[in-house]
Ligand binder design. Structure first.
Ligand code: HPA
Ligand code: ZN
Length: 315
């Protein structure tokens, strides 16, 4: 099964580029850019990566991103992830980035996007990996700030396929971003949003009904509402599920309790993704392997999930 997972060409649809920052690169960039980080050793970083909620993770995650300053840093970050894609036989990836995590520290939008897109362009030529970019708004910030980010993106519109919504879900409902999503759709962007990771089913319903997204990121709490399950199935709404992330952030108790295979058997368009692989103990193949080892996923399950990853992509 490990060989099957390795050998199948795969697509990844839910990946935060800032969440691929491995401790080794974090230390190198901290030193180069003279940025203080609260860890002395790689072991200390790994120890800090023990979370009890989404918020406890996000606090550390945003602190780590402080080491990213120059265009070359964003290039190096993205290139390192793309080399892992090559090693794991990921042939297409749809990458999220959070401009506000950087622009709020005085880093220019163009520094971020040029670094990332130069790596994507090189990967297309040298590694034969195709990609799209998803610009995510931070939902703990205001809708006005999201509008400002949409404006910042205007000169780079040809480089960004979709907009997304991430960060702290609880207390920041989809309704807060209704207008900016409407405007993004008008400008021709595809739409995705995190929902139902920690938030209850009302967050998923509102994401569908108010934001009109093409995909739901996570969505695992959908099984608390029969009608929602039916709606998702009927309308073939893709869910980009991230099993190792859900266990690490305690959205589910353990991998054995994960509902991804139940959702798949019910007929939902679920896919497997790594979310923030440097923080959650594995890249894409390790997520698939966990489903085999702990949930008894079969060859047919894996093949269906991989097929979904292409069908639910924006290709
Ligand atoms: N949820 C919300 N925001 C995020 C995540 C996540 O899993 N990863 C990075 N930002
Ligand atoms: Zn995510």
């Amino acid at each position: 099964m490990k060989d099957l997972i390795q050998n199948l060409p795969k697509a990844e649809l839910h990946l935060h580029i800032e969440g691929t920052l491995e401790p080794e690169l974090m230390f190198r960039l901290a030193k180069k850019n003279s940025i203080k980080i609260p860890y002395k050793t790689i072991e200390e970083v790994k120890e800090a990566y023990s979370f009890n909620s989404l918020q406890s993770f996000l606090d550390i995650y945003y602190a780590g991103a402080n080491v990213l300053i120059e265009e070359q840093d964003f290039f190096d970050l993205t290139w390192a992830y793309l080399l892992t894609c090559k090693a794991q036989n990921i042939v297409h990836t749809e990458i999220m980035f959070d401009p506000q995590t950087h622009t709020n520290r005085g880093i220019k939008f163009k520094t971020v996007i040029n670094g990332i897109t130069k790596a994507l362009y090189r990967a297309k030529k040298e590694l034969e990996i195709s990609s799209f970019l998803i610009m995510s708004f931070l939902r703990h910030l205001t809708q006005e700030e999201a509008f400002k980010t949409l404006k910042d993106a205007e000169p780079f519109k040809d480089k960004i396929l979709a907009v997304g919504l991430d960060s702290s879900e609880l207390g920041n409902p989809p309704s807060k971003f209704e207008k900016v999503f409407k405007e993004a759709k008008k400008q021709g962007y595809k739409l995705v949003a995190h929902a139902g990771e920690e938030g209850d089913t009302s967050y998923i319903w509102d994401t569908l009904n108010l934001l009109h997204v093409d995909r739901i990121d996570h969505g695992i709490r959908c099984d608390e509402d029969e009608k929602l399950l039916e709606y998702l199935k009927e309308n073939k709404i893709p869910l980009t599920v991230c099993p190792l992330s859900n266990v690490k952030l305690k959205a589910v108790k353990s991998m054995k309790n994960h509902n991804i295979l139940k959702l798949l058997k019910y007929g939902l368009h679920v896919t497997v993704n790594s979310d923030d692989p440097a923080c959650f103990g594995g890249y894409l193949n390790e997520n698939y392997e966990a489903l085999v080892n702990e949930l008894g996923a079969t060859k047919e399950d894996i093949e269906k999930l991989v097929k979904n990853s292409f069908e639910d992509s924006f290709l």
